[in-house]
Design a protein around this ligand. Structure first.
Ligand code: SF4
Length: 476
């Protein structure tokens, strides 16, 4: 997923308005002298990693700030999923030139997927950068900072087959105190031909199941009401307990986390159509607090294009998974990722994509046109031959289909009552709350003095748009 958010292979489960937002933590001893400013881009995995980085920096006596002018260390946790994501980082770095001119001692560092993709080249291309650190090298941050403080540029982009940061408790940054991410695995063994993730995040490895349960317990004790289990492909989670030789599958892990606190919702992202099992679907069906929502990226509806994408399933297989989800969990919402204009895509292929969107009845989708990524299989083997204006026209057509499908779905919710977890004020009015159903649908409704963010409330739906449900509280 996006926890994309890659086309979003890893969908971004964070509210877009948080993208790039600096973090602040108030419970670090103000005596600590040095300050860091961190900004995260891309998928939820990157946001979760920034919380690991913050925890490591706190151990080193750093305190975070939201004002880059105050910082001794500025870190950008970068995304490389599309060309545009990298452009965003480059223009952000350009902003720091003036700041660096005024404060030559400030260190500028880049983390994440773009750092891993470019490695040392980043230093040549962006002279302002002092530190380049890949997603598996965050433990080395203290050494890297010491080297850079000594006036040398510092790089560590080694990928690991073991690293899961299981023993580092994330420092929750910019949190609403209600929802939190828990990273359950790192890397990806799939080799989708358009994707850089296997090159920037390395081979798959699953985190110790008991460290995940402990993190969920800690969050429950701190009053969090929702956790999202993160991985590029959570369905291939498999952890072998070295002491007992017991193997923990993703379905088993889901149940272990759900049992921690029945009042704490459990979500996860991202699933893969070739690996999702009936056992995962039964777990969702059988535990009220495992949310009735699955993000199941399809990318394309054409079996011919799916083959070129090396997605390892075809149209029939995907439709069979949709049928199985509807059979086992009838009230489950499904979302997806769509890429338009992949190499050699014809109007017929494009039509099949729109057909599978209608067939799957997606409640939402992350939709992008194909952006060739250097070093990927597709970049090496296929010509990026679909003209940009055709890619964009097809993108606007799938967005139209998605809005139609989502609106029809949401209209069917009118008159029904849903359990909603209040997340905070609605964007448009502080007289209204915003929250989500178990199906991950956004609901906006007038406030009531009995309730506050973090509470569950029953809301009767009175109106619907493609993206939002409106309703009124049903007092129990
Ligand atoms: S290689 Fe495929 S499954 Fe893995 S992160 Fe990329 S798109 Fe997702």
């Amino acid at each position: 997923m996006h926890l994309d958010n890659h086309t979003s292979q890893a969908s971004d489960l964070l509210d877009p308005s948080i993208q790039g937002q600096a973090f602040d933590d108030k419970n670090i001893n103000p005596e600590f002298s040095k300050k860091y400013f961190i900004e995260s881009y891309g998928c939820a995995m990157n946001f979760s990693d920034s919380e690991i980085v913050a925890s490591i920096l706190a151990q080193e006596g750093f305190k975070s700030t939201t004002n880059e002018k105050e910082a001794d260390l500025i870190l950008l946790n970068t995304c490389s999923i599309r060309e545009k994501a990298e452009q965003t980082v480059r223009s952000r770095l350009a902003n720091f030139n003036k700041l660096k001119a005024k404060k030559p001692g400030v260190l500028i560092g880049v983390l994440g997927c773009m750092a891993e993709r470019l490695k040392k080249k980043f230093l040549e291309e962006e002279k302002i950068v002092d530190i380049v650190l890949g997603p598996d090298a965050y433990r080395d941050l203290p050494n890297i900072i010491a080297t850079a403080e000594g006036g040398q540029k510092a790089v560590n982009v080694l990928l690991s087959r073991e690293e899961t940061y299981a023993d580092i408790s994330p420092l929750r940054l910019g949190t609403n105190g209600i929802s939190a991410f828990i990273s359950i695995m790192r890397g990806c063994d799939n080799m989708c031909s358009f994707c850089v993730v296997p090159f920037t995040r390395g081979r798959e490895r699953s985190r110790d199941a008991y460290s995940i349960v402990a993190e969920a317990k800690d969050l429950s004790q701190k009053g969090f009401k929702e956790v999202t289990l993160l991985g590029q492909n959570v369905d291939s989670y498999k952890w072998l307990n070295p002491e007992t030789n017991e193997e923990v599958s993703f379905a088993q892990l889901l149940v272990m986390v759900a049992k921690v606190d029945p009042t704490m919702r459990v979500r996860f992202s991202t699933s893969h159509p070739k690996d999702i099992t009936d056992e995962v679907m039964y777990a969702i069906r059988d535990y009220h607090n495992i949310c009735k929502y699955i993000h199941l990226p399809v990318q394309s509806g054409s079996s011919r294009i799916l083959k070129l994408m090396n997605r390892t399933y075809d149209q029939e297989w995907y439709k069979a998974k949709i049928d199985r989800i509807n059979e086992i969990i009838p009230d489950c919402a499904i979302s997806s990722d769509i890429i338009t204009g992949f190499c050699t895509e014809t109007e017929e292929d494009h039509q099949e994509t729109m057909d599978i969107m209608r067939y799957s009845n997606y409640s939402l989708s992350y939709m992008f046109f194909y952006s060739e990524r250097p070093g990927t299989l597709a970049a090496r083997k296929y010509e990026d031959d679909v003209p940009l204006e055709v890619k964009k026209r097809r993108l606007s057509e799938v967005i139209r289909v998605q809005n139609q499908v989502a609106h029809e779905l949401n209209k069917k919710d009118i008159g029904h009552t849903f359990e909603v977890l209040i997340e905070g004020n609605s964007k448009k009015s502080d007289q209204e709350f915003k929250g989500r159903t178990s199906q991950y649908k956004t609901v906006v409704f007038p406030k009531h003095e009995n309730y506050k963010p973090g509470d569950y409330v029953n809301v009767k739906i009175t109106a619907a748009s493609p993206a939002t449900l409106r309703g009124e509280i049903i007092l129990s």
